[in-house]
Design a protein around this ligand. Structure first.
Ligand SMILES: C[S@@+](CC[C@H](N)C(=O)[O-])C[C@H]1O[C@@H](n2cnc3c(N)ncnc32)[C@H](O)[C@@H]1O
Length: 288
């Protein structure tokens, strides 16, 4: 097998693309990075993070893109978390946690945000990127855990989040899994949410165009065959994503309003999701 950390894969960008102005501002104002150091700082963190997680989101600098604040519902999320009407905001598979820092910079109490990811090294890379390991420590603001593990010993279970959450952010997360595992992950998401209409899941992920068939898609590159097992990403189109939530609803006795939109992949994701019919899917799924 090729080295896991092979830099010749197309989704490893040697140079940092121009930084999104909102992210640039966040790094200067929140993290205290010097204006002229921003690009170099991002590159240094990426080079370290690649040794932890040679994923497209790291190699293509997707972690330097902000997603949540591009949703119209962002204002409602910020207002409710700021006022305390909503107590907790967990982000699952948060990676370096860029959207969490944007929320805090926009006034959300740091005690309301929680980031969780399988890989502690990615959470630590985020703390280095944003220079806030003291303010947002592991075990308090960030939890390294397998989100699919529902045992009582899991640190997320111990964090007593079950049934306390109004909104969950899951970007570039569900597409990491095959279809049956996505169903498990959605059911796990439901265990965290309050049992009331209006709770929501917001996110963006790789998918396919409406006319293209949703399908299992082998994970590309050396990451696709860790341990000799071929892993797949299930890529949804708009209809199959809605069908997934119908199935979640049937299995849990709940009903969901699924708003999902497809977008062309023109940017940093392009070299991973590089086929004609690939799209980003942005979604807001709220309980009826
Ligand atoms: C494509 S990355 C996206 C990271 C981040 N959401 C972003 O958009 O920059 C997917 C993330 O999901 C995490 N992940 C994968 N499987 C997981 C699991 N079972 N439990 C928790 N996190 C997981 C990975 O470690 C990785 O950081």
């Amino acid at each position: 097998m090729e080295s896991l950390f092979d830099q010749s894969v197309p989704w490893y960008f040697v140079d940092v693309p121009p930084t999104n102005p909102t992210m640039h501002k966040l790094l200067v104002e929140y993290a205290g990075v010097n204006d002229e150091e921003v690009q170099r700082h991002i590159a240094n963190i990426r080079n370290k993070a690649w040794r932890v997680a040679p994923f497209p989101c790291v190699g293509s600098f997707l972690f330097a893109e902000l997603v949540l604040s591009t949703f119209p519902v962002y204002r409602e999320i910020v207002a409710n978390l700021k006022s305390g009407a909503w107590a907790r905001y967990p982000e699952v598979g948060c990676g370096l946690g860029q959207d969490i820092r944007k929320l805090i910079h926009d006034g959300v109490p740091k005690t309301s945000v929680i980031g969780t990811d399988l890989l502690p090294g990615l959470l630590e890379s985020g703390q280095e990127l944003f220079r806030d390991a003291d303010a947002l420590p592991l075990g308090q603001s960030f939890f390294a855990a397998d989100f699919l593990d529902t045992s009582d010993e899991n640190v997320l279970s111990k964090a007593v989040l079950d049934g306390t959450v109004d909104v969950i952010h899951a970007t570039m997360f569900l597409h990491c899994f095959d279809r049956p595992t996505q169903l498990r992950a959605c059911k796990r998401i439901l265990t965290l949410l309050k049992n009331r209409p209006g709770v929501m899941i917001v996110g963006k992920q790789g998918g396919v165009a409406k006319g293209a068939g949703a399908r299992e898609h082998p994970v590309k590159g050396p990451m696709g065959q860790v341990g000799g097992v071929v892993r797949t990403n299930f890529l949804h189109n708009v209809d199959s994503f809605k069908a997934l939530w119908d199935e979640v609803g049937q299995a849990t006795g709940t009903r969901w309003n699924v708003q999902v939109q497809e977008e062309e992949i023109m940017d940093r994701g392009y070299l991973y999701f590089d086929e004609e019919e690939h799209r980003w899917l942005s979604f807001v799924v709220s309980r009826l």
